[in-house]
Design a protein around this ligand. Structure first.
Ligand SMILES: Cc1cc2nc3c(=O)[nH]c(=O)nc-3n(C[C@H](O)[C@H](O)[C@H](O)COP(=O)(O)OP(=O)(O)OC[C@H]3O[C@@H](n4cnc5c(N)ncnc54)[C@H](O)[C@@H]3O)c2cc1C
Length: 412
């Protein structure tokens, strides 16, 4: 049982990834810590992450190039406080061993996100952190001590406060931006907020005829000056547009440009090949089975539903016998398959986004402590800051690292 103090050393606002580690970090320094979580359980987003398996970090988590939104020098200084090795050893001490999947993604060996929440909650209990569930903080007053007021009218006092209340993505899991607003009321600026790591909507009606198709494809958004941006992984066609690992991964680069109009995604259904090599491949296949229809000629090569709709979209006759198709038409078909163009015009809503692009501006925050330059004693951690990471475990790494640093209380 944790004691009730009249003034806590540290109050943590939010029981997500960043808040849990911040509380552990502060309590490990010998501080008396209280954590407020408005929801009915801790770590709700951890529980749904990685399809319930929690992609908790990445083999390349120390590479600052995977994080965006704030100056790299700021991000680097925070990440330096919890390197990948230190993260793995922190979790290993708690009992979580990891295994690696493609793209360096690291998951708990149990393949259960619940085990990550369980060990973090267990460590907090061991360190005597007082956890208040169903407790929403609605007002924060700095003074000799911070006063934190709950929606039920209770007031708690703390020497310092860590706001780790998340962004505005997947709001059903708890984060609703009110924590950011509290910081804004105390003088901190918030950038524009946009959904990140999110599916993209398209107005192309024919995509609906391919709904549910999943293929591995190379996708290159046509963004002026960014011709090298490309990803190759799962592409999922949905009723509203496109999704899948490739799209979520590219979305952070695409979304900021959608304010200027639709962005064309160039899709190559034959990764690593060009129009000519695909045309040659089709020529060889058609020579072997010249009696087949164009649509049938793709059997065993590409998803049938996809081929049927795409040929129709490109005004090619899927019934035509392949021996009757000219070399020029074959090249045109290969061109479509390697350079299929899908215009997207907006991201799906925040509700479907894994992260928030934007948040509290870091210019008024000390990168070596995460303490506010405006309100001494006020600290920040996690997604509520303007920093976001690539798909693949980088957002948790940011949450763990910033939580660990804010918890240490290295500031005033
Ligand atoms: C579907 C999905 C899958 C994801 N998968 C991955 C993944 O596999 N790997 C990865 O790296 N990232 C993943 N992410 C992103 C990752 O979950 C977030 O970046 C991370 O959880 C952010 O942690 P946080 O602690 O900053 O915020 P949150 O996890 O949002 O936690 C904030 C907490 O604060 C509480 N709170 C808010 N306001 C108040 C208040 N006023 N008073 C009290 N409590 C309050 C909220 O209820 C919430 O519990 C995923 C996200 C989603 C939506």
């Amino acid at each position: 049982m944790s004691a009730i103090y009249s003034v806590w050393d540290t109050a943590v606002l939010g029981g997500g990834a960043a808040g849990l580690v911040a509380a552990i970090s502060a309590a490990s320094e010998g501080q008396k810590v209280i954590l407020f979580e408005k929801g009915d359980k801790l770590g709700k987003k951890i529980l749904i992450s990685g399809n319930g398996r929690c992609n908790l970090t990445n083999r390349t988590a120390d590479d600052v190039g995977h994080y965006h939104g704030a100056p790299p020098s700021f991000i680097k200084r925070v990440l330096n406080h919890l390197s990948l090795d230190q993260t793995l050893s922190f979790f290993s001490d708690l009992g979580i061993e990891v295994h690696e999947e493609k793209r360096g993604r690291l998951f708990p060996k149990s393949n259960q996100a619940q085990s990550v929440v369980d060990v973090l909650a267990d460590k907090m209990e061991q360190l005597g952190v007082k956890v208040c569930l169903h407790t929403e903080i609605c007002a924060l007053d700095p003074g000799k001590y911070f006063k934190l007021e709950t929606t039920e009218g209770q007031v708690y006092q703390a020497v310092r406060v860590i706001i780790a209340s998340g962004g505005v993505s997947a709001g059903k899991m708890g984060a609703d931006g009110k924590g950011m607003q509290m910081a804004a009321n105390l003088g901190h600026e918030i950038t524009d907020l946009k959904p990140g790591l999110v599916a993209l909507e398209s107005k192309e009606k024919y995509l609906r005829t391919m709904q549910g198709v999943k293929v591995v494809a190379e996708v290159q958004p046509e963004i002026p000056g960014k011709n090298r941006v490309m990803d190759c992984d799962d592409l999922l066609i949905a009723s509203y547009g496109v999704s899948g690992f490739t799209i979520l991964s590219l979305s952070a680069r695409v979304v900021p440009h959608l304010k200027d109009g639709p962005v064309n995604l160039r899709v190559n259904l034959f990764p690593g090949q060009n129009m000519q090599s695909v045309s040659d491949l089709l020529g060889r296949r058609w020579a072997k089975n010249p009696h087949r229809s164009l649509e049938m000629s793709f059997s065993g090569l590409l998803n049938r539903k996809l081929v049927r709709s795409l040929l129709k979209h490109g005004s090619f006759n899927g019934e035509q016998v392949v021996e009757k198709i000219s070399d020029k038409t074959r090249d045109d078909i290969a061109n479509l398959l390697t350079g299929w163009s899908i215009p997207v015009y907006r991201p799906r809503d925040f509700e479907y986004a894994e992260v928030t692009i934007g948040g509290i501006k870091t210019g008024a925050i000390n990168p070596d402590t995460l303490e506010s330059y405006i309100i001494p004693g006020l600290y920040f951690a996690g997604e509520m800051l303007e920093v976001y990471g690539d798909l693949g475990g980088f957002n948790f790494q940011w949450a763990w690292a910033s939580g660990m640093l804010a918890g240490k209380g290295l500031g005033s």
